[in-house]
Design a protein around this ligand. Structure first.
Ligand SMILES: Nc1ncnc2c1ncn2[C@@H]1O[C@H](COP(=O)(O)OP(=O)(O)OP(=O)(O)O)[C@@H](O)[C@H]1O
Ligand SMILES: [Mg+2]
Length: 506
């Protein structure tokens, strides 16, 4: 009988020592690996999760306890296997897992000894342990199975819950190697990590931690409070229309937000907090949620936009179901997601539509602030503070105003009265309201005016400057800096060119 290629083989299981050391190199940070452990507790329907950083120098530990559904002995043993579930398997729509790896890769990225104890409702406590040093020593995949007498006391605290799970990290060499338990600096550094972890969890799980939800996370007795990237409760946050994209029969929802300008925050501290971990610039762009768990925390997804200062108020929420993991190339660490090629254009278009008004909000206010440094002739309006109150007045130094007043003869008083009336009745509250609600709907100076009209105003100002004794050279410079012509450089260029020969002959 003819043999086939598949009749003869050598069985080559991965070398345990080498393999398990490689599992350490997934590139997690402490906070991302802890988020992976929390994923599992949330998938197990926990309502209370406790994280404990316990300082003892190189013998320090980090432990996690949850009151989720727990695991039977069989499930626990399988859970410890690297690759405990096939990534192609369909998952419950609330499951935050995919690869059957997170518990192991996240833990080993930080520690050399991982012990998990678990208890199902009214069941016994079972414990399993991987010790990397021991695996290296014996060269076999030996998952330790402590008998009742050898179960560490910490796991007995599961008796306080109906069901739950404890994950214990020991030999956490990545952050404690070479430390001394008596060294205050070392201790401060170790405990300082708590803040970084707290901020990260507050961001990644904010939708699980918000008011009407049923999850509480405590780190060393301090509760993790949600950080909402979209400031949904701030009155000046703008919510643009929501978009729905159907991809492979599954729905993706996209909700763009424009965050409030700095001036809308009561103080600098609140503004800084709203920026989030890493700050405003870093935290702009798309926020991708997989089952409400944040996996991308502000990124333009390689769509051709950069993280610029003036686009930082644009944040876009994207909700993905876990059934699109493959298409979005979700990774084991749950830190990467890329839109599939077929919907990239749609995402690009939404990004553009969000960025434009976000720039307006950023610039509009910026421009007001910049005005004070400009020369006195540049703006038709000027701002002053009188008795602690802002006052807006028509700039008497503006060339047109100055010229009219100079040449108004007996009408001078009437013109002054008219200016005063206009100044006293500027509809400031209405302007503020309209511009903060619909900044993109505020017309820019001469935005829709026919070009002839702009040309006329330009000429008028030019003549006024010349009439009040400004040299043509200076008049040219002033026009280039003057509102609104600074927004229309081409117009000014053409006009100046027509005057150029005269200027040269001066
Ligand atoms: N805290 C927990 N409570 C109950 N079961 C858990 C807990 N942690 C892990 N498990 C079980 O262990 C399994 C393996 O977890 P692991 O994180 O390695 O993979 P995963 O969550 O299935 O997928 P991913 O690699 O994407 O995280 C889980 O599927 C779950 O059945
Ligand atoms: Mg997991």
């Amino acid at each position: 009988m003819k043999t086939t290629l598949y009749d003869f083989y050598d069985e080559i299981p991965p070398d345990p020592g080498a393999m398990i050391e490689s599992l350490r190199a997934f590139g997690y940070h402490l906070e991302t690996s802890i988020a992976d452990i929390i994923d599992n507790s949330i998938s197990a329907e926990a309502h209370n999760i406790g994280i404990d950083f316990n300082w003892k120098g190189e013998r320090s530990t980090i432990s996690f306890i949850d009151d989720g559904i727990g695991m039977t002995e069989k499930v626990l043993t399988n859970a410890m296997r690297p690759g405990s579930k096939n990534p192609l398997e369909e998952r419950d729509e609330k499951d935050l897992g995919r690869f059957g790896l997170g518990l192991k890769t996240a833990s080993f990225s930080q520690c050399r000894k991982l012990t998990v104890g678990s208890k199902r409702k009214a069941g016994e406590i079972f414990v399993r342990c991987w010790d990397l040093d021991y695996i290296n020593e014996c060269g076999e995949w030996r998952l330790l199975k402590p008998d009742k007498e050898n179960i560490a006391p910490i796991f007995l605290s599961l008796n306080e819950f109906k069901s739950g799970t404890i994950v214990l990290w020991e030999k956490i060499d990545r952050i404690t190697k070479g430390t001394n338990s008596d060294n205050k600096k070392h201790e401060d550094h170790f405990l300082g990590q708590i803040d970084v972890v707290k901020d990260h969890l507050a961001m990644v799980f904010h939708r699980y931690l918000e008011k009407n939800t049923n999850l509480k996370i405590m780190i060393n007795g301090r509760q993790v409070k949600p950080w909402d990237p979209f400031l949904t409760n701030h009155p000046s946050t703008q919510r643009l229309p929501m978009e729905h994209v159907i991809f492979n029969g599954k729905e993706i929802t996209i909700q763009p937000f424009i965050l409030p300008h700095r001036s809308k925050f009561d103080n600098d501290k609140l503004y800084e907090i709203a920026g989030g971990p890493g700050g405003w610039n870093e935290r702009q762009g798309f926020y991708i949620y997989r089952n409400k768990r944040l996996i991308v925390q502000g990124d333009w997804l390689g769509l051709g936009f950069r993280k610029e200062q003036h686009t930082k108020l644009a944040r876009i929420l994207v909700d993905l179901p876990n059934s699109l993991d493959g298409e979005w190339r979700i990774d084991v660490k749950k830190s990467v997601a890329r839109p599939p090629p077929l919907i990239r254009d749609k995402f690009k278009q939404i990004a553009k539509l969000t960025i434009e008004p976000a720039i307006n909000i950023y610039r509009y206010r910026g421009k007001v602030a910049e005005r004070s440094s400009a020369a006195s002739f540049s703006f038709p309006w000027s701002t002053s503070v009188q008795h602690g109150m802002y006052h807006y007045s028509i700039n008497r130094d503006h060339p047109i105003v100055a010229n009219i007043l100079q040449n108004s003869g007996e009408n001078k008083n009437k013109i002054k009265t008219m200016l005063r009336l206009i100044e006293e009745t500027v509809p400031v509250p209405l302007i503020i309201l309209n511009s903060s609600n619909n900044p993109d709907k505020i017309q820019q100076p001469f935005e829709d005016a026919p070009s002839g009209e702009l040309q006329m105003v330009l000429k008028e100002i030019w003549d006024s400057m010349i009439n009040t004794g400004v040299s043509k050279k200076d008049a040219k410079k002033r026009l280039e800096q003057m509102e609104p012509f600074s927004d229309y450089p081409d117009f000014v260029k053409d006009f100046i060119q027509s005057q150029e020969s005269e200027i040269r002959n001066e």
